[in-house]
Design a protein around this ligand. Structure first.
Ligand code: AMP
Length: 592
């Protein structure tokens, strides 16, 4: 397969965007403009009308939001841009994206308006003055007819997902709104497909539009088996963890969209016992080379990368590519999966697809001329089976390769002294050996719901009310292996846990109860959300849920235990504590 380098030869800073927007983009972590952004932002900034053929997931929101924000005059308190979307969900998403890009524009106001939401709130906010309106055509029309929204000051109008608006029967409303808007306004029309009716709207209302289209070249990818997992219920991190447990991989390359995500995900995988590293454009060339070298030399098994950083990556042992975040176009997908199946080996590609990204899945199938099979997440039974298999292998290789006469004697003595059957001793030792990776895995929870800092109680209540948050922990199937409290803790930690380090240790005379007590009382995290605590001479490690709110973490930084500030921080870099080291080098075949 040919490498399809969809080269974008300029960066965001080459676009004529204001420093405030560039700073926001930097903070959000985008590396380069996506193809639709590269094609749309310059003509929109120059004031041209635009006909953009792009679907969700291509980065089209930023393609129109950034030029609009660049040209907004915040001192003028009237709607200067209107974005029409087919659904309320999309209106909210677009409004959220605007907010995030506008984080350094003081006094910027955007208002989503859609049917089903009380008119009063919308009216109040409209009266207060907003700069951008994002709404569904019906409700926008209502406000215009009532005179509560005028488009006299409008400079840009965006039709987002025009083909969807057509499908939903909004096209007459859209045309009516277009006709009421000032004739000199700029129009950007985005649509995944361009049926004749949409072309007609474009011909009637757009003036000499520039066209932005993403070419979808086709390639063959015979050496790569492709599967997708529809993102539902279980969160992506849990899904990935399950896949990692069962999939027979040598090395894995995981793609995410932002530099920040490369680091966050690599850290989370590290905390779960995998040797994972990040690869992104913010890292120096030397550091990037070192990471690739470590992957080649097997001191890393997983690399979490952005598209740009993984360009041209050529490591034969990459057996799996996981598209944790869907790529923005088919070319990026083809480039990504081309990192596996190299040197005549078989490769595997897995794609996570959220419901709103289904169209991209179709486009990818077309471009690769392959049907992508849906995959099912490994079940608890699959994981149990795999762990048992690996454990058996470990026992067999240990019996074969190690000198065990001392241990045989020890077991014999123990049996005699305590009047125990060898089977009982072996059972206890099996349990101990697999304590951190039980042969019957504890059910994975989705996200911890046990914070108690008051501020989060509303969020928690919402989560609890939601019926589709994935599986609930099922305690019925667990064995009575240990006291319920410990089991509970492990479940929490296994579920969404992250390992933290605190600067108080055995030398300070600390006991686990001091740590649990202090964290529970002072940070408001319930005791059962606190995972394993390991005490070392100088410090301790504590498993805590991964989604601790910023605020709570801040509060935890100020906690004192045994008269010392605990200075809590993520466990990174340092050699892992024994239990995790054990997991990391497991299964045994990866030790070589
Ligand atoms: P959209 O197609 O606008 O719905 O965007 C899809 C996702 O891509 C969103 O999560 C954006 O935050 C993200 N995104 C947009 N542009 C970029 C970019 N240049 N680099 C990385 N991620 C991006």
């Amino acid at each position: 397969m040919q490498d399809q380098d969809n080269e974008i030869n300029f960066s965001f800073s080459d676009l004529a965007l204001s420093p405030q927007l560039l700073q926001a983009i930097r903070e959000i972590g985008y590396e380069t403009p996506s193809p639709i952004q590269a094609a749309s932002i310059p003509p929109l900034l120059e004031g041209h009308d635009l006909l953009g053929q792009a679907q969700t997931g291509t980065g089209k929101t930023a393609a129109f939001a950034l030029p609009i924000l660049n040209n907004i005059d915040t001192s003028r308190r009237e709607p200067q841009a209107l974005v029409l979307t087919p659904t309320r969900e999309l209106a909210l998403q677009v409004a959220e994206a605007f907010q995030s890009y506008a984080r350094h524009l003081p006094d910027f106001h955007i208002l989503p308006i859609y049917g089903g939401q009380g008119m009063d709130t919308q009216l109040r906010q409209l009266r207060r003055g907003v700069h951008v309106i994002v709404g569904t055509p019906g409700r926008v029309m209502d406000h215009m007819r009532r005179g509560t929204l005028t488009l006299a000051g409008l400079t840009t109008l965006v039709l987002d997902e025009a083909d969807e608006m057509l499908k939903m029967g909004f096209i007459d409303d859209v045309e009516w709104i277009l006709e009421q808007s000032p004739p000199e306004r700029q129009i950007a029309l985005f649509s995944a497909t361009l049926p004749e009716v949409i072309r007609k709207v474009a011909r009637r209302h757009l003036r000499d539009p520039k066209e932005a289209k993403i070419e979808n070249k086709t390639v063959t990818v015979e050496a790569i088996s492709q599967r997708y997992w529809p993102v539902t219920g279980t969160n992506k991190l849990d899904a990935l963890t399950r896949i990692l447990e069962v999939e027979d991989f040598d090395a894995m390359l995981i793609f995410v969209r932002t530099k920040i995500a490369t680091e966050e995900l690599a850290e989370k995988l590290e905390a779960r016992g995998y040797s994972a590293g990040a690869l992104n454009g913010d890292m120096s060339q030397a550091l990037r080379e070192k990471t690739v070298e470590r992957l080649k030399k097997k001191s890393l098994d997983i690399v979490v990368a952005t598209d740009v950083a993984a360009r041209g990556l050529d490591v034969d042992r990459i057996s799996h590519v996981v598209n944790y975040d869907i790529p923005y176009d088919t070319e990026a997908y083809i480039h990504r999966i081309g990192r596996t199946g190299r040197a005549g080996r078989k490769g595997h590609a897995i794609l996570f697809v959220a419901p709103r990204e289904r169209r991209m899945l179709g486009a990818i199938e077309k471009a690769t001329r392959h049907r992508i099979r849906e995959m099912h997440l490994p079940t608890r039974e699959d994981i149990a089976e795999r762990r048992v298999e690996q454990f058996k292998e470990l026992v067999m290789t240990t019996l074969e390769a190690e000198e065990l006469s001392f241990y045989r004697e020890f077991v014999q003595k123990l049996g005699k002294e305590q009047n125990l059957a060898p089977l009982d001793i072996a059972s206890a030792l099996t349990y101990l050996a697999q304590k951190d990776r039980p042969l019957i895995p504890v059910e994975k929870n989705v996200h911890s719901e046990h914070y108690d800092d008051g501020r989060d109680s509303r969020r928690r209540a919402e989560r609890n009310d939601r019926p589709d948050r994935g599986e609930r922990p099922d305690r019925g199937g667990e064995r009575r292996e240990r006291p319920p409290r410990d089991r509970e803790r492990d479940r929490e930690f296994d579920a969404s846990g992250t390992l933290y380090r605190i600067e108080v240790g055995r030398n300070d005379g600390v006991a686990p109860k001091d740590i649990v007590g202090a964290i529970a009382n002072e940070a408001g995290i319930s005791g059962k959300s606190i995972g394993h605590i390991k005490i070392y001479d100088e410090f301790c490690t504590v498993g805590l849920p991964a989604d601790i709110p910023e605020q709570t973490l801040k509060r935890m930084e100020r906690i004192f235990i045994m008269g010392k500030p605990i200075n809590i921080r993520l466990w990174t870099g340092e050699p892992p504590p024994a239990t995790y080291a054990k997991r990391r080098t497991y299964p045994p075949k990866r030790e070589d």
